[in-house]
Design a protein around this ligand. Structure first.
Ligand SMILES: C[S@@+](CC[C@H](N)C(=O)[O-])C[C@H]1O[C@@H](n2cnc3c(N)ncnc32)[C@H](O)[C@@H]1O
Length: 304
């Protein structure tokens, strides 16, 4: 009985995902007018538990955040806002490397905010809010950033309009998203194996769903939002796993799309996935697994 329920829940999760992806694939526009696919409805509510997120992708997000800030090159003593701050990876990097006048973080998930507050306390002012309705006055921030969030928001135009609204004239609006299609390798390997074993999982594969989030498309979106001097780029970090367990265990925390899929499987299917990954991942003689994670970056200036 319990197994049936689990199977039904999984079937409806996949059916729902498939129908949304098929719908969005049908209305493609020409290259520079690429509509970035808004897939938040595909993602079950998996932004809940800070510690499990940290073990899965937070540990890599913490490495990529300082690289993004290096790329951004802004001076000190500015007012920063981090949109979708999660457990606080980017806020922490701003504090460590940018000598900010102030840092505010906005995040809808209570669990993630709790982790962020525990880590950063009063050094950052946190707000529970959605990116499309930022709780700030017009022109009240100098730099408005967002890390690994824009592919998840339901209305990117509304979010970019909000990020621009709260920034001063001449202020910086900038973001980064994982290169899910190619070089966010811990996920690309996962989906390659998962979809081989279970073709229905293709509907959830982040590489497929977010492949439109190219640097060109992001830059086009920023320019369409009225930002000027738009630049795109990339940053890459090494993601080294000490052994297969170090790679696999974080998926069992259920935070994020791939872990949610792994946990939606019944035990025999999850065991098959684990064992196929174990024999497929490129593994060194000492058992370590060396992968990379690339993020696309984009920045623009507010011009009123
Ligand atoms: C992959 S996590 C990134 C978290 C953090 N920025 C980091 O770099 O580790 C995605 C984050 O986007 C947040 N998010 C999703 N939809 C959002 C929305 N509509 N408004 C604000 N944040 C959102 C989630 O709650 C989650 O914290």
């Amino acid at each position: 009985m319990e197994l049936d329920l689990r199977r039904d829940r999984r079937r409806s999760f996949l059916d729902h995902a498939r129908s949304l992806v098929m719908g969005s694939l049908a209305d493609k526009e020409p290259r520079h007018a690429v509509r970035l696919r808004m897939a938040h409805d595909l993602v079950p509510d998996t932004w809940e538990q800070g510690p499990a997120y940290e073990r899965y992708v937070g540990r890599w997000s913490r490495r990529v955040a300082p690289r993004f800030l290096e790329w951004l090159r802004v001076p000190g003593d500015l007012r920063w806002l981090d949109v979708g701050c999660g457990t606080g990876a980017l806020c922490a990097a701003i504090l460590d490397t940018c000598a900010p006048a102030s840092v505010d973080g906005v995040e809808p998930s209570e669990g993630f905010l709790e982790a962020a507050v525990t880590a950063l306390g009063s050094r950052v002012t946190f707000h529970r809010a959605d990116a499309s309705a930022l709780p700030f006055d017009d022109a009240s921030m100098d730099v408005v950033v967002s890390g690994l969030v824009l592919n998840f928001v339901p209305d990117l135009d509304a979010v970019l309009a909000e990020m621009s609204r709260v920034a001063v004239d001449g202020g910086v609006v900038a973001a980064y998203v994982w290169d899910y299609a190619e070089r966010m390798e811990l996920m690309t390997w996962f989906w390659r194996v998962a979809t081989d074993l279970d073709p229905a999982a293709r509907a959830l594969d982040e590489g497929r769903r977010f492949h439109d989030f190219t640097p060109e498309a992001l830059a086009w979106r920023f320019a369409s939002a009225g930002l000027v001097d738009v630049e795109e780029g990339s940053v890459e970090v090494a993601t080294r796993f000490a052994d297969f367990d170090d790679y696999w265990r974080p998926f069992l925390g259920g935070q994020g799309v791939a872990p949610a899929y792994a946990m939606s499987l019944d035990e025999p299917a999850r065991d098959r996935l684990r064992e196929r990954l174990r024999t497929t991942l490129p593994t060194g003689r000492d058992g370590s697994i060396d992968l990379v994670a690339r993020a696309w970056t984009v920045r623009g200036l507010v011009n009123r």
